[in-house]
Design a protein around this ligand. Structure first.
Ligand code: GN1
Ligand code: MG
Length: 358
């Protein structure tokens, strides 16, 4: 993507100030992200190419994001810092389509930062506050949200994809990962039983973020306090437990998500406690059934992540961006190690939830 092309795209949005330069940002697994730096006092912007292979309906996604951020803005003291601000085009659209790709812009929040790993319990606690608050701010959001990714955290749907992938074995990798396939098979019933509770309404649905790993939360550079949840691409209606579970998968890991050294990977119970404390300090409206399954959701989402990484490996690495050939397999093994660590500490996790929700 040339600078000139990026400029042409950025200029279609109602930006303040003159563009100084456009540079790539971060390493999202799905989208391509750029910073649009402006001259003078104007804010900088985030320009993103939304991956429309992953997201088949980017317009619906942008409508969801617009509706949710507008709602949050009515609830907060500082609407420019406590949620994302979507910038429309000169024609009032939420995105532009260029050569079949969809692009969108939001304001870059100044004096903020994000992390790839939770290094202290304070950070985990702040992260929990962030998602607890996000859910609380949206508790009275009643507009129906579009389904932007079918069956995103629905393990029944994931098993349909899984069975099809195993049957096709498109690049002949199945034999090589027989042991890993067994990890999925041995927990299939347990995970299906949990999701059945969501499907039959025993566990209620609400607005959920659905991608709450630590790098999707912004913190204030000066105070260290949480500012807001970003990467709202997957905001949909589902169980609130997805957000807790995915965050625990991320914040409590003593290693990296794709750690090649499995000894590094385990679930830190201290981080679990800190995140849960922060989350429950803001999220006060969970029902008893949700609380009963809260700790389980961490195992559920981690298991789902093992499945998704392994499925993508068997599928020939079509979904996640990879940095080296067996990256998805390394991710699979690291996430499985984390799952096992959660299984070993599950009773303690449940006890902490009970204690902190009294
Ligand atoms: C992807 O978009 P990003 O990089 O924040 C993925 C999540 C996974 C995560 C694993 C739309 O998140 O579901 O948990 O990678 N997002 C999508 O790191 O599939
Ligand atoms: Mg995402």
């Amino acid at each position: 993507m040339t600078q000139e092309k990026l400029y042409q795209i950025a200029l279609q949005f109602a930006l303040e100030g003159e563009i100084e330069q456009i540079r790539p940002l971060g390493e999202g697994f799905i989208n391509d992200t750029f910073v649009v730096q402006t001259k003078g006092n104007a804010p900088d912007y985030i320009l993103q190419r939304k991956n429309h292979v992953v997201f088949p309906d980017v317009p619906a996604m942008m409508e969801n994001i617009w509706a949710v951020t507008e709602h949050i803005k009515t609830k907060v003291a500082d609407p420019m810092r406590e949620t994302l601000t979507i910038v429309k085009t000169h024609d009032g659209a939420l995105y532009v389509e260029v050569d079949g790709n969809f692009w969108a812009v939001c304001v870059m929040i100044e004096n903020s930062l994000s992390y790839d790993r939770a290094t202290t319990p304070e950070l985990a606690l702040q992260g929990g506050v962030g998602i607890g608050r996000f859910q609380a701010q949206l508790a009275d959001f009643t507009q129906p949200l579009k389904v932007v990714l079918k069956g995103f955290h629905d393990i029944r749907y994931r098993f349909e994809q899984w069975d099809a992938t195993l049957a096709a074995d498109p690049v002949g990798r199945k034999q090589e990962v027989a042991e890993e396939i067994e990890w999925i098979a041995s927990r299939r019933e347990e995970m299906s039983n949990f999701w059945a509770l969501v499907e039959n309404g025993t566990i209620p649905t609400h607005v959920s973020h659905n991608d709450t790993k630590i790098s999707n939360i912004l913190f204030d550079k000066t105070t260290g306090n949480v500012l807001c949840a970003i990467d709202l691409d997957t905001v949909m209606s589902s169980t609130s437990l997805n957000d807790f579970g995915d965050a625990i998968r991320s914040y409590t890991n003593t290693g990296a998500e794709d750690d090649p050294v499995l000894e590094n990977v385990s679930m830190s119970l201290d981080m679990f406690r800190a995140y849960t404390e922060g989350y429950l300090s803001e999220q006060k409206s969970l029902c008893q059934t949700e609380l009963d399954w809260l700790a389980f959701s961490a195992k559920y989402i981690t298991y789902e992540q093992v499945l998704r990484f392994l499925m993508d490996y068997i599928d020939g690495d079509k979904y996640y961006k990879i940095a080296y050939p067996d990256h998805n397999l390394v991710r699979t093994r690291a996430q499985y190690k984390l799952l096992c660590s959660m299984e070993e500490q599950y009773e303690d996790m449940c006890a902490i939830v009970r204690e902190l929700s009294k």
